[in-house]
Design a protein around this ligand. Structure first.
Ligand code: DOR
Ligand code: ZN
Length: 335
């Protein structure tokens, strides 16, 4: 039977939420990952030193293992240099949401006025704090990410020393943007390697596959697959695992988010194996992120085996992607 050993897998984009939901999902991520970049879009969002400390503490309590590091993020607003100096040791990145483009992003950026953002972004570059961006406009839903490319260019050109991560990219346009600027990087989810808009809405509507940015066209998925399978050095795994309770997904007014935390590594193994590229999985799920972020992850070894795994129908109140379906790979053990 085929096996794969991954060392120190990292999920560089995850939503752990808070309270009861946090208690359900934190152990699922900390079981198979050494660390994860934790998104700040709580209600209210994570914006102060107290918010970061309090949330980190609650995550640590909710996790069931010590060998997991939550890499903390702040919700972007214009912060002063002094504030960023005071918080730099407690955060890894600042996450920028354009206002209103996704779940809990109402307090995000209204307009990209480079001059008003200059102090914050220059200080982040100086201090080595990464800027993570949800790159969508409020245009037509299939075009939102492509329309955002001009904002990435403006940021990359004006702040050449700032590391900018294009989060959860879904389009050929974003893939093409990656190599145009040295300081642009990207995360890619596992679901965007697997599905297109057809899977979400081409037949019966499948709310558990609905997320922002929405899955796009086959040629977009192929462009993502190509750079992921070759473990492009500027690309990292970020699940964007985003749990919502079942009633909030299976309702009119379905919240955006696909919950993949407990099945992400199994699905990645299947994809890399299917394309005969298993040797590149380690770089995609860990090495690239460690190098880009300058992270030295907690030691962990995850052994996966080509053996059926039936995805549970529910984790607490959450329906995972592929609930009830059989995956080809499973986690054999974690050391
Ligand atoms: O689908 C999504 N869900 N995309 C996001 O950007 C946010 C996330 C969430 O927080 O639910
Ligand atoms: Zn997200």
């Amino acid at each position: 039977m085929k096996t794969v050993t991954l060392t120190m897998p990292l999920d560089m984009h995850v939503h752990l939420r808070d309270a009861e939901m946090l208690n359900t999902v934190a152990p699922l991520t900390s079981y198979s990952f050494s660390g994860a970049l934790v998104m700040p879009n709580l209600v209210p969002p994570v914006k102060t030193v107290e918010d970061v400390r309090g949330y980190r503490h609650r995550i640590k309590v909710a996790m069931e293992s010590d060998d997991f590091e939550p890499y903390m993020t702040l919700f972007y607003q214009n912060y002063s240099r002094d504030f960023l100096i005071s918080i730099q040791d407690e955060i890894t990145a600042v996450k920028l949401y354009p206002s209103g483009v996704t779940t809990n992003s109402e307090g995000g950026v209204e307009s990209f006025d480079i001059e008003s953002m200059r102090e914050t972004l220059e200080a982040m570059a100086e201090l080595g704090i990464v800027l993570c961006v949800h790159g969508e406009t409020n245009g037509f839903v299939m075009d939102r990410e492509a329309e955002f490319m001009s904002v990435y260019e403006m940021l990359a050109q004006n702040f050449p020393k700032l590391k900018i991560v294009m989060e959860h990219i879904t389009t050929r346009e974003a893939v093409e943007m990656l190599d145009r600027y040295e300081n642009l990087y990207a995360t890619i989810t596992v679901h965007h390697l697997m599905i297109t808009l057809d899977d979400v809405a081409g037949g019966m509507l499948r709310p558990h596959l609905f997320c922002k940015p929405i899955a796009k066209r086959p040629h977009d998925r192929d462009a993502l697959l190509k750079i992921v399978l070759e473990a492009h050095p500027k690309v990292m795994f970020g699940s964007d695992s985003a749990p919502h309770p079942r009633h909030a997904k299976e309702s009119c007014g379905c919240g955006a988010g696909v919950f993949t935390a407990p099945i992400a590594l199994q699905l990645l193994c299947a994809i890399f194996d299917e394309h005969d590229k298993l040797e590149n999985l380690q770089a995609f799920v860990s090495d690239n992120a460690q190098r880009i972020y300058g992270i030295c992850a907690e030691y962990k070894e995850v052994v996966l085996v080509e053996h059926d795994f039936v995805v549970p129908q529910m984790y607490g109140s959450i329906v995972p992607m592929m609930a009830g379906e059989t995956l080809k790979w499973s986690i054999e053990r974690v050391d």
